[in-house]
Ligand binder design. Structure first.
Ligand code: FEO
Length: 387
């Protein structure tokens, strides 16, 4: 395993996790990467670790350039274990390295995870010289943990952004290119929707910080790197997503027992379609919650349906509502729907979940007993058209 040269004296020494399909509950259908960067200057510096099981691969790439014992600094931009997991083994291989982490939360977090590995806490605005180059540290707390920071190298005009601007995307290419850009942006959107959506304000702050830097490249810790050509593309995307005010679009999300709630869902889709609103339908038996979130991110309307089972909504719908609520989407219009046999409690329960998300209820909860008639479905379509 060789290091990959990115520019003079700067190497990628990360790993590609080709077969990862679940990242703590988020489906990673295109795998993942844990990027790490080696800067060969007077003070040899490693930016970020990788997930623990991949440490040997990371070390092998480092060894293709330098004896790890010669590393002076390891910058730990983020405590989460997909980046810090290899630190104890790295420290053993790089006994002279000081681990730079954010003050105070990086220091607290790394110490709680690994004990004392020899840390130096750095504050926002602090800069260290590593020879011909310097590294400036900027805290980005709650993007998406309290400890997050990014590292800027002004001499190279590179931002090492860690999770921000990343994607779960395994590839042999290291830099975003035109040919793969639509897929890369789709993965960046999925990453944002599932990891960062609830921290929109912090993401806006990060975009502001980044916009004020002279930049030739952004090197995130997941996925491909952003060259100068594509920096405006990813920054514009983050501006739009973090604004959390979708202009249009709708998603209809449901589960069904005997297809009656499904028929209602299809009638709702028909209503949005006739209204000229782009809409997507998701059956929760077939779609993972994390695969729905990118469309939630850019949809103004959310309709959620469940029949009633044992006085409750279906567990799939409850799980969807729980996952969505945690991500705090804002400024959406929503309504609940469902078929029922006798009690019909589920529909109001779903509506309560939508209210708890802070959504504006734009249509009263739609309930149909047993099997919807053609007339009832037409009526439902008309109600959605009239929204
Ligand atoms: Fe990629 Fe928050 O860790």
């Amino acid at each position: 395993m060789q290091a990959i040269k990115l520019r003079e004296d700067i190497y990628w020494v990360g790993v590609v996790d080709w077969n990862l399909r679940n990242f703590h509950g988020y489906t990673t259908n295109r795998g993942a990467t844990y990027n790490s960067y080696l800067i060969m200057d007077e003070k040899i510096t490693l930016i970020d670790g990788v997930k623990a099981p991949f440490v040997e691969e990371q070390l092998e790439r480092i060894k293709s350039i330098i004896d790890p014992a010669k590393i002076d600094y390891i910058v730990s931009n983020h405590v989460e274990m997909d980046h810090s997991g290899s630190l104890p083994m790295l420290k053993a291989a790089c006994p002279n390295a000081v681990i730079l982490t954010s003050a105070p939360n990086g220091l607290k977090g790394l110490t709680a995870h690994y004990g004392d590995l020899g840390y130096q806490a750095v504050k926002t605005g602090e800069s260290i010289s590593i020879g011909k180059r310097s590294l400036q540290f900027v805290g980005t707390p709650m993007l998406h943990w309290p400890d997050n920071m990014v590292t800027y190298c002004p001499e190279e005009k590179i931002l090492f952004s860690n999770d921000a601007f990343g994607q779960h995307y395994a590839s042999s290419e290291r830099v975003a290119d035109d040919a793969h850009l639509p897929v890369i942006l789709a993965e960046a959107k999925k990453y944002y929707a599932n990891i960062i959506m609830c921290y929109g304000k912090q993401a806006q702050g990060a975009v502001e910080i980044v916009s004020g830097l002279e930049l030739e490249a952004i090197y995130p810790s997941h996925g491909v790197l952003w060259s100068e050509k594509h920096i405006p593309t990813i920054l514009d995307a983050y501006r739009t997503w973090s604004n959390n005010e979708p202009e249009g679009g709708a998603i209809v999300v449901y589960d069904s027992m005997w297809h009656s709630t499904e028929k209602m869902a299809q009638a709702i889709v028909e209503g949005f379609t006739q209204k000229g609103i782009s809409v997507k339908l998701f059956d929760l038996k077939e779609n993972h919650n994390s695969d729905i979130m990118p469309d939630l991110l850019t949809s103004k309307y959310i309709a959620v349906g469940s029949p009633t089972l044992n006085n409750n909504m279906l567990p799939t719908v409850a799980a969807f509502c729980c996952y969505m609520k945690g991500l705090s989407p804002k400024n959406r219009k929503a309504f609940a729907f469902g078929s029922y046999g006798w009690g019909g409690q589920s529909i109001k329960q779903v509506e309560a979940e939508l209210e708890a998300c802070g959504f504006e209820i734009c249509l009263e909860a739609q309930r149909i007993q047993y099997i919807p008639s053609k007339e009832q479905l037409l009526d439902l379509t008309e109600k959605v058209k009239a929204l």
